[in-house]
Ligand binder design. Structure first.
Ligand SMILES: NC(=O)c1ccc[n+]([C@@H]2O[C@H](COP(=O)([O-])OP(=O)(O)OC[C@H]3O[C@@H](n4cnc5c(N)ncnc54)[C@H](OP(=O)(O)O)[C@@H]3O)[C@@H](O)[C@H]2O)c1
Length: 280
């Protein structure tokens, strides 16, 4: 890529997981990369800095940090925005505190909306742009403990669909990426019910979920070939470079089979299967 044609991308949540790999993928392909983190001192932030990524401090739950970070983009143009940062709180719907619901929506929905509002004037002015929102398999189909996380991603999907139509007039497109389960820090960072929730009416579901997660961790090495997060980074890069990007991209074996099941298996049957699986 020649200097005059160098494109610019902004990636949120680069301190770990998909975001870190997405930023690395773009910079190694010659893009001008802005990456946001909450803590600039983090090892991955420092590694990206050394590679030439311009690190911006942003906490999606703090609107003033979004405005401050985006005001530092001094290229005049922004070709691609990747809304990647996100959190997962996994609890039964009844047990959720309102505070935790609000926080999760702040990060996964309102924060994304604020960033989009900040960058759209620039994209409209330049007459092109691409917004890639990292959604989840959880927006296609949910299960026990995932209700509120799924709600945030479903809200993100609805907003993205309307936005894609609204901004098409300025040659701006919106795409969704719906990953299944990939080996990032997401599971480790997910806020899980603490031991105080032993008294929960849903303790059996919580214990089942904990068992599945620990099995997944133990089998990690054998599954990692399918759950390699670099696949998601490569897909995001492909979308950024596509002539005509699609609106929705699924990635991961579980995302593929779940979306097939949602289409082919009636809801009552899926419910009965899940109840059997959870012994619930
Ligand atoms: N891994 C999966 O299986 C999977 C599947 C489907 C969808 N996703 C989605 O993929 C995206 C990336 O997740 P990941 O798997 O890469 O997990 P991850 O390794 O936990 O990375 C999440 C990133 O989001 C950032 N973040 C969290 N809260 C934030 C806040 N308040 N403000 C700014 N940044 C914040 C984190 O920063 P800190 O390091 O500062 O916490 C981190 O950089 C998320 O939107 C997630 O919902 C993941």
């Amino acid at each position: 890529m020649t200097a005059s044609k160098q494109k610019t991308v902004l990636v949120t949540g680069c301190s770990s997981g998909f975001g870190y790999l997405i930023a690395l993928t773009f910079i190694s392909n010659g893009w001008n990369v802005y990456g946001t983190v909450r803590d600039v001192a983090r090892e991955n932030a420092q590694k990206l800095l050394k590679k030439g990524v311009k690190i911006l401090k942003m906490d999606l739950s703090k609107p003033e940090t979004i405005v401050a970070a985006i005001s530092q983009i001094n290229t005049g143009t922004l070709d691609v925005l990747v809304n990647n940062a996100g959190v997962g709180f996994l609890e039964p719907v009844e047990d959720f505190s309102e505070q935790d619901i609000h926080y999760q929506f702040e990060v996964n929905f309102f924060g994304v909306h604020r960033i989009i509002k900040e960058i759209l004037p620039m994209m409209r002015k330049q007459g092109h742009g691409r917004i890639i929102n990292i959604s989840s398999l959880a927006a296609i189909s949910t299960t026990a403990l995932y209700g509120i996380y799924s709600a945030t991603k479903s809200a993100l999907e609805a907003m993205s669909e309307a936005l894609n139509l609204e901004v098409s007039r300025w040659n701006i497109s919106v795409s969704l990426v719906e990953p299944g389960s990939f080996a990032t820090n997401f599971g480790m960072n997910a806020k899980l019910p603490d031991s105080a929730i032993k008294d929960s009416s849903y303790a059996k579901l919580i214990a089942y979920n904990a068992k599945v997660r620990s099995n997944l961790d133990q089998k990690r090495s054998s599954l990692d070939v399918f759950r390699n997060p670099q696949r998601v980074a490569n897909l995001v890069y492909k979308i950024a470079c596509a002539n005509k990007p699609k609106f929705r991209y699924k990635i991961g074996i579980d995302a593929f089979f779940t979306s097939l099941a949602v289409k082919l298996v009636p809801y009552q049957l899926r419910l009965a299967i899940l109840k059997w699986v959870y012994r619930w």
